[in-house]
Ligand binder design. Structure first.
Ligand SMILES: [Zn+2]
Length: 97
């Protein structure tokens, strides 16, 4: 079953892909680029792809760290929370469900 969050993500990726394909098709039809330049990566594109891969790696590390913290019963500030505590005694944040 697809939830609302996944559907939003799929729609975002689909709209982004269609926009890029549409722009490239328009650019190709108007003679601004050739088929060879459409399939090659320029220096800014390589930098952009590298930055996206780096951001994706950071996101994965942050999510894995967050899951580990939740599993261990830790607050975001690093305080270990006992099972009966609803709030962190150090930073005052509410315990995540
Ligand atoms: Zn805390």
């Amino acid at each position: 079953m697809i939830n609302h969050r996944k559907l939003t993500y799929i729609l975002f990726v689909a709209i982004l892909s269609l926009t890029i394909i549409g722009y490239n098709y328009w650019s190709y039809k108007c003679g601004y680029c050739t088929l060879a330049s459409l399939l090659s990566f320029s220096a800014p594109a390589i930098i952009l792809i590298g930055c996206n891969l780096l951001a994706a790696a950071v996101l994965v590390v942050v999510r894995l760290r967050k899951k580990r913290q939740d599993r261990l019963g830790q607050c975001d500030c690093g305080e270990n929370l006992r099972n009966i505590w609803l709030f962190c005694p150090t930073c005052g944040d509410a315990r995540k469900a």
